[in-house]
Design a protein around this ligand. Structure first.
Ligand SMILES: CC(C)(COP(=O)(O)OP(=O)(O)OC[C@H]1O[C@@H](n2cnc3c(N)ncnc32)[C@H](O)[C@@H]1OP(=O)(O)O)[C@@H](O)C(=O)NCCC(=O)NCCS
Length: 201
């Protein structure tokens, strides 16, 4: 049976191409490709899980719900990063809840650090946001990170996301420390205004 996310990805014509990159839904073969950088301590430091072995990572990567929300980013046919796209409901009062079903998405992103610092992650996430608003017709995109993950929040600000929350010591890091978190969002109207004011979109 088709999962809701498969249905979401089915609404998009793949691959999605940018000036330098290509985005497509992840498949089983991408477990090894993405493991190349997920296994690095500097990458896993801020991610929800830090796999110790390829087997453990593959099992997690291939969970149907997870792989169905994952895109890979390719540069000249080489996987250099992956993206998460999770479509969900907006908060709503019960009487109007139906109108809030599937109207927003949470996104995530990981880049192989050997390709860092060249704008590839920015380019991929810009394409992901365009896909959310143009192809899927969503009204809001959100993302979050640890406040200490400067590369992540700098990326969100670079692409025009707006900081909505700074939560104090609410996220437990595997180091044992409770750390601050940041929440960002972008509304479709804000994105459209930015598109019409900028040649980078
Ligand atoms: C978050 C992450 C994707 C950011 O990677 P990144 O390399 O900083 O991002 P980009 O590929 O967009 O590169 C941006 C950098 O390239 C520079 N750059 C060069 N050419 C550029 C271009 N054409 N467009 C945009 N930026 C460009 C930017 O100035 C920026 O450098 P700076 O931070 O020194 O100002 C990466 O650090 C990562 O994967 N971290 C581990 C996983 C993680 O934390 N994910 C997020 C969890 S919330």
């Amino acid at each position: 049976m088709m999962s809701p996310m498969t249905a979401t990805f089915d609404r998009i014509s793949w691959p999605v191409r940018t000036a330098r990159l290509s985005l497509r839904p992840a498949g089983p073969v991408d477990a090894e490709e993405t493991w190349r950088y997920w296994r690095l301590a500097e990458v896993a430091r801020w991610l929800p899980f830090a796999p110790e072995t390829l087997e453990g990572y593959r099992a997690k990567f291939l969970q149907p719900e997870r792989v169905a929300k994952t895109l890979v980013v390719e540069l000249d046919g080489v996987v250099i990063g992956d993206l998460m796209l999770s479509v969900g409901d907006g908060w709503a009062q019960r009487e109007v809840a139906e109108q809030a079903v599937g109207v927003e998405a949470e996104i995530g992103y990981v880049l192989d650090p050997s390709y860092g610092g060249q704008g590839y992650a920015t380019e991929a996430v810009e394409a992901l946001i365009r896909l959310c608003f143009e192809d899927l017709g969503l009204r809001r995109v959100t993302a979050g990170c640890f406040a200490d993950n400067k590369a992540s929040w700098r990326l969100m600000e670079r692409i025009g996301m707006r900081r909505e929350a700074h939560t104090l010591r609410e996220s437990l890091h595997r180091s044992g420390e409770w750390l601050d978190g940041l929440g960002y969002a972008l509304l479709v109207d804000e994105w459209r205004a930015r598109c019409s004011n900028s040649s980078t979109w």
